[in-house]
Design a protein around this ligand. Structure first.
Ligand SMILES: [Fe+2]
Ligand SMILES: [Fe+2]
Length: 406
């Protein structure tokens, strides 16, 4: 089963055509619908793998290729012979890379301006090898080639994300603090709750204070541009929803307290996805009915986590609880409809769908913003509040720099 979700819209690649497949019960016609989408912004990250052993190479490429574009090189000479093309987000180098080994190849990379600051992961047969200690001393990640596929993907994503987070240090204060503080909240909140630590709402609100300041100071396009390359898909989606919700609220004249609720609600609305197994969350193809049920449970998981936050405002809970509800009552988890859904829930549903459509996911390329807005307008009145969609649409279409940053 596909559905108007996995955070908004399920998109699949059919015979080489990128299409949006909207679930049967979500279309006015009551049947499956396919809509074409541009691939012009299909910005998957590129990884270089320098690996002389064919078997090792296969073992690396299989789990990584659904998520990343991969270029492989048998040795250092082939790597440096590549003179043009896209630059990689990460380079993975085997300890036995010919002609002089992984260490020599890394030294050479660091002397080459193009690759000077590209994140590197060294690959070794054993954590006890001298290559592993060299990597450790140089502050580089080390991967044992026999690592299970899922930890391989996690290590790669973490390494790419860390490099992006380091780049945030050079940003203006509000942008820097907005990004650095929200990523900490996003990563630590579930962990702290599971460890039984008490979490105060004030700490989360503080992280979003800078985000709201950036929105009010017209720095929103910088935030969106700088979060784009981060490799934690859930964080990128949630941060984009938080920023756009705060911007939406600001444009319609809401006050500081409401903007903070919108941004915290946006940041935490999908936090329960940490409890969804990665092989479902990041499955490249369509979900089975059973997997889809697990996926939908992220709403309850989010509420369970947010309920552990002391002094949480009701609005934050509402955003998390109702962002997948639809006006005609066909949404989830409670099938709320019409007047059951307040303005906050309606705004959250709009921004969530827009975020999901324009997000890059392992199972779909991103829509261009204007395409996403057209798509949402064409969804008709059953799902989203079209009066608010119209306001959201003109708010975005009025700001060219914002459209470019999304
Ligand atoms: Fe979402
Ligand atoms: Fe969601």
């Amino acid at each position: 089963m596909t559905s108007l979700d996995r955070a908004g819209t399920e998109l699949v690649n059919l015979n080489g055509v990128i299409a949006g497949a909207v679930d049967e019960e979500s279309t006015p016609l009551g049947k499956r619908f396919f809509g074409a989408c541009s691939r012009s912004k299909y910005n998957r990250k590129l990884i270089f793998i320098v690996e002389p052993w064919i078997e090792h190479k296969k073992r690396l490429v299989a789990p990584l290729s659904p998520r990343y574009d991969i270029e492989t090189f048998p040795d250092e000479t082939a790597l440096f012979a590549r003179s043009s093309g896209r630059l990689p987000s990460l380079i993975m180098i085997d300890e036995s890379t010919p002609p002089d080994g992984g260490e020599a190849a890394i030294r050479q990379l660091r002397l080459t301006p193009t690759f000077k600051s590209t994140p590197i992961i060294g690959m070794t047969r054993s954590k006890m090898s001298s290559f592993a200690s060299t990597l450790h001393e140089a502050g580089l990640d080390c991967l044992v080639t026999s690592a299970p596929p899922q930890s391989l993907v996690e290590i790669v994503a973490r390494c790419i994300s860390r490099a992006v987070e380091d780049e945030w240090l050079a940003l203006e204060e509000n942008q820097r603090l907005a990004l650095r503080k929200t990523i900490v909240v996003f990563k630590e909140l579930p962990e702290k709750i599971l460890n039984g630590e008490s979490i105060k709402y004030e700490a989360i609100r503080e992280s979003c204070h800078y985000l709201v300041e950036a929105v009010r100071g017209n720095e929103i396009d910088q935030i969106l541009k700088n979060v784009k390359n981060h490799d934690n898909y859930s964080y990128v989606h949630s941060l984009r929803v938080a920023v756009l919700l705060a911007h939406f609220g600001n444009e319609i004249g809401l006050g500081q307290d409401e903007l903070l609720i919108l941004s915290v609600g946006g940041l935490l609305h999908d936090i329960g996805k940490v409890a969804i197994p990665p092989d479902i969350l990041n499955k490249p193809g369509q979900l089975s009915d059973q997997e889809w049920a697990v996926m939908r449970s992220h709403v309850d998981r989010s509420l369970e986590l947010i309920q552990c936050v002391e002094n949480r405002p009701r609005g934050v809970m509402t955003i998390a609880a109702q962002h997948h509800e639809k006006l005609d009552g066909t949404g989830y988890p409670n099938g709320l409809k019409g007047s059951d859904l307040n303005e906050l829930a309606r705004m959250a549903a709009i921004v969530d769908v827009f975020g999901a459509l324009t997000d890059l996911r392992v199972y779909k390329p991103p829509f261009m913003p204007a395409e996403a807005l057209d798509y949402m307008r064409n969804m008709g009145p059953d799902h989203l509040d079209q009066r608010l969609v119209k306001m959201f649409r003109s708010m975005l279409l009025d700001t060219a720099s914002l459209l470019r940053a999304i």
